[in-house]
Design a protein around this ligand. Sequence first.
Ligand SMILES: O=c1ccn([C@@H]2O[C@H](COP(=O)(O)OP(=O)(O)O[C@H]3OC[C@@H](O)[C@H](O)[C@H]3O)[C@@H](O)[C@H]2O)c(=O)[nH]1
Ligand SMILES: [Mg+2]
Length: 582
Amino acid sequence: MLLEMGQSHLFEHWPEPGVDDEQKRAFFDQVARLNSSYPGGLASYINTARELLADSKAGKNPFDGFTPSVPSGESLTFGDNSFVQFEETGVREMQNAAFVLVAGGLGERLGYNGIKVALPRESSSGTCYLQHYIESILALQDASSRLVEGGSPKQIPFVIMTSDDTHARTLELLESNSYFGMNPTQVKLLKQEKVACLDDNVARLAVDPRNKYVIQTKPHGHGDVHSLLYSSGLLNLWRHAGLRWVLFFQDTNGLLFKAIPAALGVSATKQYHVNSLAVPRKAKEAIGGIAKLTHADGRTMVINVEYNQLDPLLRATGYPDGDVNCETGYSPFPGNINQLILELGPYIEELTKTGGAIQEFVNPKYKDASKTSFKSSTRLECMMQDYPKTLPPTARVGFTVMDIWLAYAPVKNNPEDAAKVPKGNPYHSATSGEMAVYRANSLILKKAGVKVDDPVLQVFNGQEVEVWPHVTWKPKWALTFADVTSKVSGSCSISQKSTLVVNGSNIFLEDLSLDGALVINSVIDAEVKVGGSVQNKGWILENVDYKDTSAPEEVRIRGFRINKVEQLEKTYNEPGNFCLKA
Ligand SMILES: O=c1ccn([C@@H]2O[C@H](COP(=O)(O)OP(=O)(O)O[C@H]3OC[C@@H](O)[C@H](O)[C@H]3O)[C@@H](O)[C@H]2O)c(=O)[nH]1
Ligand SMILES: [Mg+2]
């Protein structure tokens, strides 16, 4: 097959039979793996690569024939009646859902040496992303089964897509923490394989420069999640178990689960086959734009246009300024946060046709204008949000826009690059990711009637951020706005320098005045009323420079550490009714 596919160069420097036989066998093992892990096999990979490389060389626009326009979608306002209604519907539907986290990426822009899901979401409680995600899913599972009468409690399946770069460390993180309270059988890890690299425009496979018996490989992108789910057989198991929704999400977004209940509510109410979550997007921000594309022949689709493609597409179709903000101060195209909700039935139907293959693209870095050779080997890639591209026109494809402060705070950029982000655009750094959690929680409490002091501006690692009171709570305390309002009453206030860590479910804030740090831990059967005036020196943020290698990496990249000077910490380990009146 390799010879037929023009790959004879792979064998050019092979010694005669009997020499290096072990390594030659390993070579064919790798070829077999590359062949079986790609829908259609290696030959089809090479053929597609040739077509895409020829298009790229000819400068063909992948959206040729399509004109972009601004689509209309569901736009939600946090806390209003319809938002609260969507949240309730979403929580009810949650027991028919499965979650899929794509976490095979290395996070090259962040440059962190560990896996990204092990990073703390915020450092007041120290909870890492993976723990927060699992605790959110478990809390949703409990809340959903409480809402649905007579329903037997179901376990929400949780799939994590890993890669060779992240698999072992993800598994280790789960196992060394007892799966953060989730039943181990509830979690499935699916490892994506890398794909072969290509050396030139005729798609000659690239040999590893250090070992002529190894083909160079690189990641194929998060689009692999669809073929992996399909071939795993999980989708049909889920269908037989009566599930209806699959929710996809990415590795570092500390706010995501604040948007999930309402977003699922929208899917269920509008009966969307595909629902993408979006936020207002700043021009040139590194998030894809959701656009309606209309083809010359009349076809239309609502689809993500990736951030590197939006500007050229706009310039080519009558928007001479390309990707710019409109009078609202934002790009007219909503920003895709890559939280997709797919309805399981139509999803299985589609994958049965495609095998889960997603339209691919190639992005070679050419040496010069002749476009005949590459600076380094390239490969085909695919993105999970391109799934709708093959859907029939009858498919119900929609999107839901929510506020940025509520829904999106990824950690993608290293401190140096974050500090260079144009003023007014989000940093997407470890610093902004943590501050966004405090801001969202503070704003939610404010909306629930708590008097929360305004933030101060502070600079960490060259990034100016709003510092709100450090408020953090466990998902089991509150998943929805209605949960928060049911747990806060009377006249409560929180000063700017305060820290509030709520680590329990039945904790009620009643006439609490907080000026300092307060940590409350409780078991499920303890009902704790928290009130009175708490005043102490609190927890203070101290600057840490990202170049200071004496600090742990996760501290350095956020630019501060918490000095826990003084706090009131109370733990309620026994069932019963308690009252903390400071
Ligand atoms: O091969 C891969 C690559 C990436 N991933 C995962 O996919 C997720 C997204 O990866 P990246 O952070 O590199 O994605 P990008 O920032 O380039 O863009 C992504 O997020 C922002 C959206 O607006 C974009 O439309 C979306 O493509 C991560 O969770 C990552 O771990 C894989 O699981 N496998
Ligand atoms: Mg990327």
